[in-house]
Design a binder for this molecule. Structure first.
Ligand code: E4P
Length: 217
């Protein structure tokens, strides 16, 4: 399973990158706004900065909701850097735009996926990635990880090449469960990635080893 970081924060991207496990980055308009980036020139520069920091797929999201607007925005984003993946919402014009981008050889990430049906449509349109939002599914009282299992089964039966990018990750357990469910990629906040490191027996075991090492130092 590939690891993407789900942030537009350059320091957090650098920290995950320095860990040596980072395969890419996903952003969205909320994450960009959180960084206080204003104006389309600054937004474009920020995407390029991320691309120069991480060698891997970088999702940049369109904010138009009509076909012409999505296509126009997506073409500009895709031209910024070879690693940009155009992130398109799961709406009717979004599906049409994904097909358009697919035919042009432009890679896409279909975002805001909450059902297997939506994932099938995105895959049929040729999306490079589908992003099921498992945390938000959990928030509704349903089972987000089960959605990953279901999409995995369908994609395997149908032979779809679209990669399953588990999104809206809230904790380290989500990452483990997504790996178990067969997600191709997990995009995670830095805290959830670092949460994978933690185990009290590792801490106490290391403390004992270091204590004992003093005996022969
Ligand atoms: C995915 O690409 C989205 O950016 C993200 O995972 C949404 O997560 P949230 O539900 O924590 O906002």
């Amino acid at each position: 399973m590939k690891f993407f970081i789900d942030t537009a924060n350059l320091e957090q991207i650098k920290e995950a990158h320095d860990l040596g496990i980072l395969d890419g980055v996903t952003t969205n308009p909320s994450l960009m706004a959180k960084e206080g980036i204003k104006g389309s020139e600054a937004v474009m520069k920020h995407y390029v900065d991320i691309c120069e920091m991480v060698e891997g797929d970088i999702s940049a999201e369109v904010i138009s909701t009509d076909f012409d607007g999505i296509v126009a925005e997506g073409l500009v984003l895709a031209a910024l850097h070879k690693n940009i993946v155009v992130k398109v919402p799961m709406i009717k014009d979004g599906v049409k735009a994904i097909k358009y981008f697919t035919d042009k050889g432009i890679r896409t990430n279909c975002t805001l996926i909450f059902s297997a049906g939506q994932a099938i449509l995105a895959a049929k349109a040729g999306a490079t990635y589908v992003s099921p939002f498992i945390g938000r599914v959990d928030d509704m009282g349903a089972d987000g990880v089960e959605l990953i299992y279901q999409i995995r089964r369908i994609f395997d039966i149908q032979g779809y090449k679209t990669e399953i990018l588990a999104a809206s990750i809230r904790n380290a357990l989500h990452i483990i469960k997504c790996a178990e469910a067969g997600a191709d990629v997990c995009t995670c906040p830095l805290d959830s990635i670092l949460g994978l490191l933690k185990h009290p027996l590792t801490d106490s075991g290391l403390a004992k080893f270091l204590e004992d090492a003093k005996k022969f130092a």
